[in-house]
Design a protein. Structure first.
Length: 226
């Protein structure tokens, strides 16, 4: 499978790229607004994976592209960009999406004040609803990976043992993303219903950040539903 990580030069892009790069044989297309930055990031991720596995970075299918090229070539398109830029990003890649693809949003709108972080969705009610609005109707949208700390994903020696919640209105698409998430060692994917449940899932992100900030040794924490 070909997976595009749009904004894959950032923290979540790195974490997902090195985990899928190590744990699967999928082709990883690191996307950026700047193809040179994408190529540099892809090379660095391949080196990280090879250092962990003892393999050769040149044997790994992790390559850099513009966001448009990555989305056009991939079947799974992860919007690993800040929440305020998901709409623009979807607009730039929309022509390359088709009904067999799945668009995945891990984004949570947040704001910060003196008490910490709070959930701050766009006017659509959730980032996922905004992505749904911007994405061509035939292309399924799935939410996943909101509650994973990027730093923990990127540290390949860190065991995960955590859950991610996956939601969406198209059952086949949700199943594809559940399987893809569970190919990462130590990650369990739990279904969380339809896109209408996005606010509950997205609002976990500021909650986890606040808990991490308030408690020593809980940096990069995750959740396990048990
Ligand atoms: N960080 C976490 O631990 C975490 C955990 C769970 C979910 N998330 C969600 O995952 C998403 C990505 O988070 P992140 O921490 O990886 O973000 P990030 O590192 O701040 O940014 C990711 C990438 O977005 C691109 N970008 C920046 N400004 C942009 C713009 N104006 N238009 C289009 N692209 C732009 C950049 O790539 P180029 O400059 O190369 O184009 C950047 O490398 C967010 O929506 C966040 O809510 C984050």
């Amino acid at each position: 499978m070909r997976i595009a990580l749009l904004g894959g030069t950032g923290d979540v892009g790195e974490g997902l790229a090195v985990r899928w790069g190590r744990d699967t044989d999928h082709e990883l297309l690191v996307g950026s607004r700047d193809p040179e930055r994408a190529r540099e990031a892809a090379t660095a991720y391949a080196e990280t994976v090879a250092a962990d596995t003892g393999g050769d970075p040149d044997d790994l299918a992790i390559k850099g592209f513009t966001n448009e090229m990555a989305a056009d070539r991939a079947e799974i398109v992860v919007l690993a960009v800040p929440p305020y830029h998901v709409a623009d990003t979807v607009e730039t890649v929309a022509d390359g999406l088709d009904a067999d693809d799945v668009v995945v949003t891990p984004a949570a709108g947040m704001q910060r004040d003196e008490d910490g972080f709070s959930y701050h969705p766009p006017g659509t009610g959730s980032v996922a609803a905004l992505v749904r609005e911007e994405t061509p109707d035939a292309v399924p949208v799935v939410g996943a990976f909101h509650n994973l700390a990027a730093g923990r994903l990127a540290a390949l020696d860190a065991p995960l043992g955590i859950d991610t919640l996956v939601f969406g209105d198209a059952d086949d698409a949700v199943s594809r993303i559940v399987r893809l998430a569970e190919e990462i060692d130590g990650l369990r994917a739990l279904r969380a219903g339809g896109l209408g449940n996005a606010p509950e899932v997205e609002s976990l992100t500021p909650l986890l950040i606040n808990v991490a900030r308030e408690n020593d040794d809980l940096h990069d924490l995750g959740v396990r539903f048990d």
